[in-house]
Design a protein around this ligand. Sequence first.
Ligand code: GRF
Length: 202
Amino acid sequence: MNKRVAILISGRGSNMESLLVKSFEEKLQIDFLVISDNPDAEGLKKAEKFDVKTKVLKNLKKGWKIEDEGEVELLEILEDFSPDLILLAGFMRIIPIKIVEKYYLKIVNIHPSLLPSFKGKDAQKQAFEYGVKISGCTVHFVDRGVDTGPIIAQMCVDISDAKSVEDVSKKILEKEHQLYFEVMKKLLFSKWKVENRNVYFC
Ligand code: GRF
């Protein structure tokens, strides 16, 4: 039976696109559903080009929260789809606690820094302004906090010669595309366990 992966996006969707392209190239047995909080997300068009089903959340208020009817709507979409994994890929809203708890260890996020450094918004800008020489990206499970869940995998990126935030973002994004796909594959198709905050692939 095919695995089921929901990808949540808000904008460009380059991580989503890379997950789709690589999965199709490797002929992985996965059914995808792309969910967006933004009807104008560039990523939605990309998903449709691959004939991947998309859903736009309609009952959301402005801001970063998902509440009331919006929460019910997202819960229903997820219940209907019954995902093995829910991948946040540039999704600009906080997942409600009820959903985090219901799908704990199934919701995964990618963050463009080496956590726990530079949590939250504009991680690449934070890294550039701090002047770190090495940054990177982190794939982690989503818990109740922001960018605080158990770390699944990380990749370092040398940003010592970056002249701007854009340089930093570009270098990190390349690694994000690589790392997110590797992690998705491992979580879906291999054995793993979580002990305290430590994630082990067996
Ligand atoms: C990525 O840098 C990701 O790490 C962060 O938001 C950005 C989304 O980019 N969470 P894209 O939409 O996947 O192109």
